[in-house]
Design a protein around this ligand. Structure first.
Ligand SMILES: Nc1nc2c(c(=O)[nH]1)N[C@H]1C(S)=C(S)[C@@H](COP(=O)(O)OP(=O)(O)OC[C@H]3O[C@@H](n4cnc5c(=O)[nH]c(N)nc54)[C@H](O)[C@@H]3O)O[C@H]1N2
Ligand SMILES: Nc1nc2c(c(=O)[nH]1)N[C@H]1C(S)=C(S)[C@@H](COP(=O)(O)OP(=O)(O)OC[C@H]3O[C@@H](n4cnc5c(=O)[nH]c(N)nc54)[C@H](O)[C@@H]3O)O[C@H]1N2
Ligand SMILES: [Mo]
Length: 792
């Protein structure tokens, strides 16, 4: 391993054959060697060296094992064959697009786990709730709650009722449930005391109805998971290129000369992306990965769809930049200076004809400094020079990114710097080039397109008002963090969630849970049980709903719903399994009935028609949302249709200046006091956000437990953290409040110096509510300053 130490003590690793080797600290730890809590399953992980290849036979075997546990053999075959087929359902996993040439089994290991989790044959019945009180549920792990199966009936809990009724969820009729929601909503002093949260699995049809209802009711309080996810991308891209979405298609990836993957772990979170990268490589593309961790999926991919892929696999990454957490803006800024200083490297015609703000940006870039960049990134000079050579050799460059870039204080300027980088060489709006923010939830992008946004564009509201004869409020609503503050401060009293697991996914768990308990009513439209059902307002409803895999029949007619993938393709999704219980309602039906109960005969919106026939919802979407003209006809075509994207399609930039904007923010990177590390909170290979499929993180060599903290062996030596010892993580923030996550097993791991990593949601307790990204207000859950304390 080649290692150089720079002046502030961070170290850069050049990629070589041995970089994954785990070293052990020679120093003895002062810390206890025993797990502190009583849950042996969760707290005694086994550790082996990290893997250097992703997928392959173990992936297929693992997914089939989980699928059969949840579904049995017949249902496994029947369900998995329908994933992402043109007449099947959209995978409820990630938002990666489907190609035109689909394999019979267009699924990946983690897609299969997502499907199995939903199509499980296990059930959570009223008897289950009779046996498990609220205090009991509140002590259970997220893993245990999720493993109980699909919820079968609407349930109500009334804390103030006392006794059994105050302690247990009890079955409630749908009619009564909607009456309670209407009663609580209409009793509010202002519609802005209600919050309507959306998680990104919600279909376009349900999302459109939910935002319509919220606005007809009188609020823009439509926080969504995007606020915690790609909001920074949306903010940076809308300002610079005029649209908050990625500009590349799958074909572009296949045609690129250079693909930079920064702050993303596709081997786990977007496994089908590996096939696209493999194909790009086969046509000569180079791949650079920028990550504090050497992620197995980016090293080598063993494609389970091809025999030679299964055996040998393809080496994906040509150059690995093991960057220090939060160093990306500095890296791209310096690269931009180096491009500017290379004669002929800038696409002058593009810059002249299509951009604005070049002079100011160039002056700022000129000030970039090698020493500061090496300190901020922890990289070696030679590695950055190799990167530059590859950048200059490429005529078509794409940058892909995910949460590693979006969840920092300076995420918006970081992503703007990526845009500067692409603009300089004209890498936008032509084949094989562009911006590629890789979305998370399978319809998170579509929900935004449908108007799930607390700060809607006036043009969108104008169109909505015209279509429905309503007057939508124009003042902005609360995003996720502001929603928690509003609950905490008593300014919001009703919380409604269309999916998701709000209290587990959001930061500052103790603050958030206390805030949620202050609500008068909490409502969760859910498929499965999770932590949010155990942290309730005075009254709480669980409304069980159909998932993607379930057949949805309304008025005797089988319905489809639609979704939009990460690359702006809209297509139909059609479930094929009998619903998990006869008592379930679909998401559109739930919104329609809630709207009728709340708005009463005063509403001119035909909610009942919408519930009976989703094509009627799509007719309205077609008239309100640009790009959806003739929606029903176009979505009936196999594969669906692509939404317009002005920068991609016409090199037109609908920004305030009418051009693509260069920007010139000051360079920032996290400062780290002595004896502290910067913690990123990330996903293991066996989870979908807060849904825990299992306790292994196969590629990182962790088995049978999740309370681990990955620390570089040299940092560990300095801090006295022996591999296998146990430590509390204590985060430090300027409010002086102590936030502690107890009992993490130390794992020496080849992460960048100064950095640590542990899984979310267990570590959300460490993320201060006030620690968010500038402009986007996204929780900075990838840069948490922590110290380590011996387990007491
Ligand atoms: N199986 C599965 N699939 C999923 C999900 C899941 O939980 N499970 N979640 C879905 C969702 S909602 C989302 S948003 C996506 C998330 O997809 P990812 O963004 O891939 O998810 P994370 O696990 O948060 O990984 C963040 C990556 O960024 C790196 N990183 C952290 N900090 C930095 C930094 O400062 N700079 C750089 N360059 N890299 C950094 C980490 O080492 C890690 O590789 O996946 C989606 N798909
Ligand atoms: N510390 C830290 N925090 C993070 C992140 C991080 O990287 N670090 N990542 C953030 C990101 S990127 C995101 S997107 C959020 C995720 O936040 P959420 O989207 O709120 O969380 P999920 O865990 O995806 O939600 C899972 C629940 O959704 C419900 N569900 C599943 N399918 C359906 C369905 O079809 N319909 C309905 N109605 N419900 C369904 C189930 O009840 C399940 O328990 O978390 C964020 N929080
Ligand atoms: Mo996400």
């Amino acid at each position: 391993m080649s290692v150089t130490r720079d002046r502030i003590g961070y170290v850069g690793y050049a990629r070589d054959a041995t970089h994954g080797a785990r070293t052990h600290s020679p120093r003895e730890s002062v810390m206890a060697s025993k797990p502190p809590t009583s849950d042996p399953v969760q707290d005694a992980p086994r550790v082996s060296p990290p893997k250097h290849a992703a997928a392959g036979i173990p992936a297929v075997a693992h997914s089939l094992r989980i699928a059969q546990q949840q579904m049995g053999a017949r249902r496994t075959a029947r369900t998995l064959l329908k994933v992402n087929q043109k007449n099947g359902f959209d995978c409820p996993g990630c938002a990666w697009p489907e190609g035109d040439h689909r394999h019979t089994a267009e699924f990946c290991e983690n897609g299969a786990k997502a499907v199995a989790e939903e199509a499980t044959v296990r059930r959570v019945t009223p008897e289950f709730f009779a046996a498990h009180s609220l205090p009991d549920l509140a002590t259970r792990s997220g893993y245990w709650l999720g493993q109980q199966g699909r919820i079968t009936q609407p349930m109500l809990l009334e804390r103030d009722a006392g006794g059994e009724a105050g302690d247990h969820y009890r079955p409630v009729s749908w009619e009564r449930a909607f009456a309670i929601i209407a009663e609580e909503l209409t009793a509010l002093d202002s519609p802005d005391e209600a919050l309507f949260y959306t998680s990104g699995r919600t279909s376009n049809e349900a999302a459109f109805l939910l935002q319509l209802f919220a606005r007809e009711f009188g609020t823009n309080n439509l926080p969504d998971c995007s606020n915690m996810c790609h909001e920074s991308s949306g903010s940076a891209l809308s300002e610079t290129i005029g649209i908050g979405k990625g500009s590349v298609s799958l074909e572009d990836l296949h045609q690129a000369d250079l693909i930079i993957v920064a702050g993303q772990n596709p081997g786990t979170n977007h496994p089908r992306m590996l096939s696209a990268l493999e194909k790009a490589k086969a046509s000569g593309a180079k791949i650079i990965s920028v990550n504090p961790l050497p992620e197995a999926g980016l090293e080598r991919f063993k494609n389970p769809q091809t025999p030679q892929g299964l055996l040998k696999g393809t080496s994906l990454t040509d150059l690995f930049l093991q960057i220090r957490i939060g160093g990306d803006q500095a890296l791209f800024r310096l690269l931009n200076k180096l491009i500017l200083n290379t004669p002929g490297a800038v696409d002058e015609t593009f810059v002249r004809d299509h951009t604005h703000g070049y002079e100011e940006f160039a002056a700022a870039a000129e000030a970039a400094d090698w020493d500061e960049t090496l300190a901020a990134t922890g990289l070696e000079r030679a590695v950055i020079e190799r990167t530059l050579a590859m950048v200059l050799a490429s005529r078509r460059t794409i940058v892909c990114w995910a949460m590693g870039l979006t969840q920092h204080k300076h995420s918006v300027p970081t992503i703007r710097e990526v845009v500067n980088f692409l603009l300089l060489r004209g890498n936008i709006g032509r084949p094989g080039a562009g911006v590629c923010p890789v979305r998370g939830h399978s319809n998170v992008q579509g929900d935004r397109t449908m108007g799930i946004f607390e700060r809607p564009a006036p043009a969108f509201l104008d169109a909505l008002d015209r279509e429905f004869g309503i007057t939508s409020p124009r003042h902005h609503g609360y995003d996720v963090v502001r929603s928690i503050e509003a609950l905490r401060d008593g300014k919001a009293k009703v919380f409604f969630a269309m999916g998701g697991n709000f209290v587990a996914a959001t930061p500052d768990t103790d603050v958030t849970e206390a805030a949620m308990r202050r609500a008068r009513l909490t409502v969760h439209v859910s498929t499965k049980l999770n932590r949010s059902h155990a942290v309730t307002g005075a009254r709480a409803l669980i409304l069980p709903t159909l998932g993607r895999t379930d057949k949805d029949v309304q008025g005797g007619v089988r319905q489809i719903v639609t979704v939009e993938d990460s690359m702006g393709m809209v297509h139909a999704s059609r479930g094929n399994l009998p619903p998990a219980s006869p008592h379930l309602l679909s998401e559109p039906a739930i919104v329609a009935r809630m709207a009728r109960a709340t708005l009463g005969p005063g509403s001119a919106t035909p909610w009942e028609d919408f519930e009976k026939d989703y094509a009627r919802i799509r007719d309205r979407i077609a008239r309100v949302v640009p790009g959806f003209e003739d929606f029903n006809a176009r979505v009936a075509r196999p594969g669906g249709f692509r939404l317009p994207h002005a920068p991609r399609d016409e090199r037109r930039f609908p920004t305030a200046t009418g051009k693509a904007n260069f920007t010139a923010a000051p360079v920032e990177y996290p400062a780290l006091p002595a004896g502290r590390l910067l913690l990123q909170t990330l996903r293991s290979h066996d989870q979908y956000n807060t849904t825990i499929y299992g306790l292994d993180d196969r590629y990182r060599g962790i088995e049978g437990g999740r309370r681990v903290v990955l620390v570089n062996a040299e940092d560990a030596a300095e801090l006295g953290l022996a591999d296998g010892s146990y430590t509390d993580l204590v985060s430090e923030w300027k409010d002086g409040v102590e936030r502690r996550a107890p009992g993490f097993r130390v794992v020496h791991y080849p992460t960048a110096r100064g950095c640590a990593a542990a899984y979310y949601p267990e570590t959300n307790v460490l993320v201060p509510l006030g620690s968010t990204a500038d402009t986007s207000n996204t929780p900075a859950s990838k840069s948490v300053v922590v110290r380590f304390e011996a387990v007491g």
